[in-house]
Design a protein around this ligand. Structure first.
Ligand SMILES: Cc1ncc(COP(=O)(O)O)c(C=O)c1O
Length: 443
């Protein structure tokens, strides 16, 4: 029997038997509302009949055509759709099987770009503290997530980290208005100290997910760091694996900031978890030297552009567009954020409720004024997650957002088609779980 860590210790995992819409059902007949779309992935809920039909149709025709031998309608139509939905700002797509691989490809394409231009010293990456980019060695190297890195330290790439762009936890002495400028200046001084000739790319999450508990950067930040990167011929990589594909209310999270990155990684919501699928999107400016010097991107895997996965992605994106679900994510998401803030506002320990669209983070603190976190040993976020789960609500607890160990946040990321009544159920059950966990620890 598989076990999972929880606020209560080690628990046996329930056996899943089916899902329908926003709900999952285990073998004991217990129902769970998927308030976080698993890890912010299941954007259309579960067992969507049209997505399943599209996948089945594709499987009946052909499951997978090897990318070096064939193209397919599923692959071509998904590529056309994703390039259009992302605003016509990218030229090429490399498909992957996960978010980590999409980030890995983004890093490699940045290196290949400079190799194609003969700029062989541009090999270093800069990333941000309190960030998560994935579990392959390259993606892990650019992630500042202590618990997940610890076992691999010593074999990771030498990456420089700059401050997180977190309005709730600003560097000492920096006001909210000055934050974007401060962070851009810090990035520039890091590039200068490494030597601009040595830096290939800066990678960041436009809205931080698991490592921060949904942290949108301050207004003006993305534009300011883009200007710094351009000035020093450093590529800007936006990791939109969690916050993108509509999750934040715009198809690209960075649309909100009117910034087009040089390279962008996406995954989770692209095919909504129906089949694993990720992608790396590349602008013409970055791709041009690669095409002229090397012919093709030197990244990708056996199952890159897997035909059935592309059919799943195409169906998911078609439904989201046809049913205008991003309008819903934007408008209902704004109301949902207010409702959650209001419902949780009575707890002194709820320090911040923030986010965009259907991507909301709740940060718990021991003291609202000082923003001091609870001790890591208390595992408050996991306790809340476990209590919510026992009550039939799935949310996404994250720990360590303050210093790598302490810090408790909960991510709420419902399916885009979750009904109003289901959103209400999330609020009710989350409030109940927060109350029970805080009461259990005598606050
Ligand atoms: C921002 C971000 N990048 C990359 C990844 C890695 O994606 P995957 O777990 O699909 O490999 C994640 C996963 O949570 C993520 O949130």
């Amino acid at each position: 029997m598989k076990k999972r860590p929880s606020g209560f210790g080690i628990e046996e995992l329930p056996r899943i038997v089916r899902g329908k819409g926003s709900y999952l059902f285990d073998a004991a007949g217990k129902r769970y509302l998927d308030g976080s779309g698993g890890p912010a992935a299941f954007c259309l809920g579960h067992a969507h009949a049209e997505v399943n039909a599209a996948i089945t149709r594709q499987l009946d025709e052909i499951a997978c055509a090897y990318r070096y031998l064939f193209t397919s309608s599923a692959l071509e139509n998904l590529t056309e759709t994703v390039l259009r939905l992302s605003g016509g700002v990218f030229q090429d797509i490399v498909y992957t099987g996960s978010g980590s691989e999409a980030v890995e490809s983004a890093l490699k394409i940045a290196l290949q770009h400079f190799a194609a231009r003969g700029l062989w010293t541009k090999r270093r990456f800069i990333a941000r503290k309190r960030s998560w980019h994935g579990n392959t060695l390259g993606a892990l190297s650019v992630s500042e997530f202590a618990q997940r890195r610890r076992a691999f330290e010593g074999s990771l790439l030498d990456v420089a980290f700059v401050s997180a762009a977190n309005s709730y936890r600003r560097p000492d002495g920096v006001s909210g208005d000055a934050l974007a400028g401060f962070l851009a200046a810090e990035l520039e001084s890091t590039i200068v100290s490494l030597g601009p000739n040595n830096v290939a790319a800066f990678i960041f999450e436009p809205v931080v997910g698991a490592a921060g508990g949904v942290v949108p950067a301050p207004d003006g930040y993305a534009q300011a760091i883009q200007a710094v990167c351009r000035k020093h011929d450093v590529l800007l990589i936006a990791d939109e694996v969690m916050c993108g594909s509509g999750r934040s209310g715009t198809w690209r999270a960075l649309e909100h900031d009117q910034v087009v990155p040089d390279i962008m990684s996406i995954a989770k919501g692209l095919a909504g978890g129906y089949i694993p699928l990720g992608a790396t999107l590349v602008t013409a400016r970055v791709a041009a030297p690669i095409h002229s010097e090397h012919g093709a991107f030197m990244t990708g895997h056996t199952f890159t552009g897997h035909t059935a996965a592309c059919a799943a992605g195409l169906a998911v994106q078609h439904i989201i567009e046809r049913d205008r679900l991003l309008d819903r994510v934007r408008t209902v998401g704004a109301t949902f954020l207010k409702t959650l803030s209001h419902a949780l506002g009575g707890f002194d320990e709820v320090g911040d409720v923030r986010g965009r669209g259907f991507f909301i983070g709740i940060e718990l603190v021991r003291n609202r004024l000082t923003r001091l976190p609870f001790p890591a040993e208390r595992a408050l976020s996991f306790d809340i997650g476990a209590r919510a789960f026992a009550d039939g609500l799935i949310c996404y607890p994250c720990a360590g957002n303050v210093d790598g160990a302490a810090g408790d946040t909960i991510i709420i990321a419902p399916p885009f088609n979750a009904l109003d009544i289901e959103l209400d159920e999330i609020v009710t059950k989350l409030v109940r779980a927060v109350d029970a966990a805080l009461s259990a620890g005598s606050r």
